[in-house]
Design a protein around this ligand. Structure first.
Ligand code: RNT
Ligand code: ZN
Length: 421
């Protein structure tokens, strides 16, 4: 049964007092929280296939596994699915597109994409008050068959991908300008080798010169370029040309953003710990919040310790204005709209949880080397009534406070998505 609004308000009044006793102003936190945009990735809706052609298949060492019915097969289905998801998620949102989500009556080569192919998305984003982010799609294409793109030894193939990235920058610039909100264009390439390469230096040098050509092609007034490193992919187990160290140095020397994808590191690495280092050397970073399970599996984001740690590091570093939050997961084994709702709500919850931390008291304890108090306060903060604040926040945003959002998804599934073949 649904909890009534009055009960939620009563619980919130109590929670607000408890937080005030801990030096935290919940009203201030909620207005800040609501303004932090989360960029929702469009590709959870259709298993990263896009709308270039009907027989697309996903390559590049990434996989959407599962065969749950209801995949969006075209742009109107994807938008309709997104509209439902957006209505169940509180707070500021953006949409993250890939080049393969273009709209055109005739086939368009990747190096020939233009802003007009994304006009439909711009109009839709305006109607839904969303900013748009963008990605060149350097995979799932005959020219990426060797799992090499911007670092390919063949000049013509390398030029094709450079031109695709430049064309993508023009699109991203248009999106940012039209929506009056800077668009982030993130470059991820799958380039790597299944087995030990004879040389690692030359491919890396080629990647640098390709990226430099992409960066020098135009000025970015309404878009920013990010680069995303990775540890390994399926078929690139022995060497990934664009490793994290590679892009960290690239981003710092070229002044681009660095994208940290939570699934792109060794399983025991602490991704959250990298955020403060990045903020020492880079103006801004991009996150791909994701969940690796044993490998870069892109499971739906949970409200779990690694996710909370990421949110805490953003907040504790005063990084809300410099850390751009994007999501990156694709699960085809469950209802895809529910996947968006669960993952995005979870990251918003993690942000709230982090923002409600009694920061002043923690910092004071640390300054006087009172690590006993620091630990005690951190642990007690975990059981402060943050869920009452969450439910109240959802209620004020006209979004379901708890799992009753699932009814809307189930109704839509019965009426719409399960009827798709
Ligand atoms: C792949 C990267 C990349 C993609 C998306 C589709 O490992 O994480 O960000 O998942 O661009
Ligand atoms: Zn990613």
């Amino acid at each position: 049964m649904r909890v009534t609004g009055t009960k939620i308000e009563e619980a919130y009044a109590f929670a607000r007092e408890r937080y005030a006793e801990n030096g935290v102003d919940t009203e201030r936190v909620l207005s800040q929280l609501d303004a932090v945009p989360i960029s929702i990735h469009c590709w959870q809706g259709d298993d990263v296939l896009g709308f270039e052609s009907e027989d697309a298949s996903l390559t590049g060492g990434i996989q959407a596994t599962g065969s749950y019915p209801g995949r969006a097969r075209n742009v109107s289905e994807l938008r309709s699915d997104l509209e439902l998801a957006l209505s169940l998620i509180p707070g500021a949102k953006r949409l993250n597109l890939h080049a393969i989500y273009l709209e055109s009556d005739v086939p368009v080569e990747r190096d020939k994409i233009e802003p007009k192919h994304f006009q439909g998305w711009v109009d839709w984003a305006k109607a839904h008050r969303l900013g748009l982010d963008f990605n060149p799609t350097c995979f799932s294409h005959p020219n990426s068959a060797q799992n090499l793109t911007l670092s390919h030894p063949d000049n013509a193939i390398r030029k094709f991908w450079i031109d695709h990235c430049i064309a993508s920058r023009r699109v991203s610039e248009y999106l940012g300008e039209q929506l009056n909100s800077s668009s982030i264009m993130n470059i991820w390439v799958p380039d790597g080798y299944k087995d030990t390469p004879a040389e690692r230096l030359e491919p890396r040098k080629r990647l640098i010169s390709s990226l430099d050509a992409v960066l020098s092609a135009m000025e970015g007034k309404h878009h920013k370029v990010a680069v995303e490193g990775k540890l390994f992919g399926i078929g690139a187990e022995s060497c990934t040309v664009g490793s994290n160290e590679f892009y960290m140095a690239y981003a710092a020397t070229r002044k681009t953003l660095l994208c940290l994808d939570a699934g792109h590191f060794h399983p025991t690495e602490n991704v959250a710990d990298k955020i403060s280092t990045c903020l020492c050397f880079l103006d801004e970073i991009l996150l791909h919040v994701s969940r690796p399970v044993r490998w870069d599996s892109d499971h739906v984001v949970l409200f779990d310790d690694p996710t909370i740690a990421i949110a805490q590091e953003i907040v504790r570093s005063d990084g809300l204005n410099r850390v751009n939050v994007g999501l990156d997961f694709f699960d085809a084994s469950i209802n895809r709209i529910a996947a968006w709702v669960i993952g995005t709500r979870n990251f918003r919850k993690a942000l709230l949880f982090a923002m409600l931390e009694p920061r002043d008291d923690l910092k004071k304890a640390e300054c006087r080397f009172d690590y006993t108090a620091r630990l005690a306060l951190m642990e007690e903060a975990k059981s402060l009534p943050w869920t009452a604040v969450w439910e109240y926040y959802c209620n004020t945003k006209n979004v379901p406070a708890g799992s009753e959002w699932l009814h809307s998804v189930r109704r839509y599934e019965a009426d719409v998505s399960s009827r798709r073949s």
